[in-house]
Design a protein around this ligand. Structure first.
Ligand code: NAD
Length: 489
């Protein structure tokens, strides 16, 4: 168990009436409260345009905790630390009131000038908020000033750069925490332990023993009511640029010399720099895009992407991406990293499959072919690892059979995995940025993704090309099959 160190801070949530704040942020803060990480000396300001009172806001906060209340930690008591400030982020005057409230709460709760600003709203406001926080003196306090921002961090490299510059007016790079909630997931954080605490794993972790690596982030849901956002984004920007490339960099990086934020980030950046940039005609060799059409899922007939609200009936936006990534360095030369992500697929899963090379010769080949060894890291909904191996079938003769060695993270000890947001907010309050994205990672990822997006935006694909409830277009299977592999299911 890591030691719980109480944190003293004022947490200001821009977008305090929004979905993210209600579903994730308030429950996460409550968990931190029940763990003693937040005690008496903390306060939360929720801001949004609606004219709510403190009492009404507190009621909403208490409502968001339904079902997770813990004995001895009264939600009302927790919510009494919450204050609401009606505030239009584009209106300079309302920053004055917000600043007065912040200073008042700082004194009342003895917060030592520690401030965390959480921007849980559309990114087009980020620049304005940052410059006002600077001009109105929010960040000239004695304690720390930290900023958490939500994806998307731009729409391409140029807009990400612009966004970054606007944030940098008020916050230094080491004060900006770009949240990628995948990085807060238990099994993503476990990648470093699996790799660097097990000699049998790390010694095989290279192109001599690994055939290919597969990263799958599949969803069963469609675009639902987020058509407007998704039309601007698509799966490449929504999932590959951030979550998938972050996972790939953790898998591919060299062992850091120390487990410090700086050293880990340094190695992740080096891995991203080794990523082969795919552009022009090559995009069609290395990438497959798809868009879901109508289909049947669990007996229910579902409409296609183009029929969703706020989606162009002739949309060229991809809801599926599969790709073959190559990492051109000594360790990984020649090993494909296949990635795939999509909406309305046959099952919801996030997993990494490391496929090891076959034994040099199959001594048992007369009877049957040997299944390859695969290490699967289950990220969600299951959490754990499975190692696929071959053993002798009990009884006469030398028949082989595949078995799985399993470690399921959550079930054996009945522990609930802490929500990714909870961990990341705690890290940020502790000043630990290891599991947040550094600007260098963000910019390298955009540079990679932009080349693909440029080709795709200039050519029209024959969409829809996969039915809802399947695992994406056939071309995704061909991408892997042409190298002699198949997707690990
Ligand atoms: P939302 O639309 O539910 O909430 C937006 C909030 O911003 C509301 O509180 C709204 O009142 C406020 N707001 C809008 N314009 C304002 C203005 N001019 N002045 C003051 N307040 C204003 O959005 P959300 O789903 O909570 O998402 C917020 C951010 O988090 C977005 O960047 C989104 O991409 C990101 N995000 C959300 C989720 C999620 O699960 N909801 C997951 C990942 C990332």
């Amino acid at each position: 168990m890591t030691e719980v160190k109480e944190q003293v801070a004022l947490i200001t949530i821009f977008g305090g009436t929004g979905d993210l704040a209600n579903r994730k942020l308030y429950p996460s803060l409550y968990h931190l409260f029940t763990k003693g990480f937040l005690k008496e000396n903390f306060a939360v300001i929720g801001t949004a345009r609606r004219p709510w009172t403190n009492d009404f806001f507190r009621e909403k906060v208490v409502e968001s905790l339904k079902g997770i209340e813990k004995e001895g930690f009264d939600p009302q008591d927790f919510a009494s630390h919450f204050y609401y400030q009606s505030h239009d982020v584009t209106n300079q005057e309302s920053y004055v009131q917000l600043k007065n409230l912040s200073d008042e709460l700082d004194k009342k709760y003895e917060l030592q000038g520690n401030r965390l600003f959480y921007l849980a709203m559309a990114p087009n406001f980020f620049g304005t908020i940052a410059s006002r926080l600077k001009s109105e003196g929010f960040v000239d306090n004695d304690g720390f000033s930290r900023l958490i921002i939500e994806k998307p961090f731009g729409r391409d490299l140029a807009s990400a750069q612009e966004l970054n510059e606007s944030l940098r007016q008020a916050f230094a790079e080491n004060e900006i925490y770009r949240i990628d909630h995948y990085l807060g997931k238990e099994m993503i954080q476990n990648i470093s332990v699996i790799r660097f605490a097990n000699s049998i794993i790390e010694s095989l972790w290279n192109n001599r023993y690994i055939d290919n690596v597969q990263v799958t982030l599949s969803e069963t849901l469609g675009v639902e009511d987020r058509g407007r956002y998704y039309e601007e984004s698509g799966a490449l920007r929504d999932m590959v640029q951030n979550h998938i490339l972050q996972i790939v960099s953790l898998l591919a990086m060299e062992p850091p010399i120390k487990l410090t934020t700086q050293e880990i980030r340094h190695e992740k950046v080096r891995a991203l720099r080794s990523l082969r940039v795919i552009e022009g005609e090559d995009v069609y060799k290395y990438f497959v895009r798809g868009q879901y059409g109508p289909g049947t899922v669990d007996g229910e007939q579902l409409e296609g992407y183009r029929q969703a609200e706020n989606v162009d009936p002739d949309s060229n936006t991809e809801t599926f991406v599969a790709a073959k990534l190559m990492i051109d360095n000594f360790r990984w030369s020649g090993v494909p990293f296949y990635i795939r992500t999509g909406k309305r697929l046959a099952k919801k899963t996030t997993q990494i499959a490391i496929q090891f090379k076959s034994v040099p010769m199959n001594l048992f080949g007369g009877q049957q072919s040997l299944a390859g060894n695969v290490l699967v890291i289950h990220i969600q909904p299951d959490e754990g690892i499975t190692l696929h191996m071959n053993v002798k079938e009990p009884g006469q003769g030398m028949l082989t059979m595949p078995i799985n060695l399993n470690y399921a993270h959550s079930s054996p000890d009945g522990m609930n995995t802490p929500e990714a947001y909870e961990k990341l907010i705690q890290d940020c309050l502790n000043g630990d940025a290891t599991y947040f994205s550094h600007w260098d990672e963000v910019s390298l990822s955009w540079n990679f993704v932009d080349k693909v997006a440029n080709v795709w935006s200039n050519t029209k694909e024959h969409f829809p090309n996969y039915a809802s409830g399947t695992m994406g277009p056939k071309e995704a299977d061909k991408l892997v099959a042409q190298d002699g592999f198949e997707w690990f299911e």
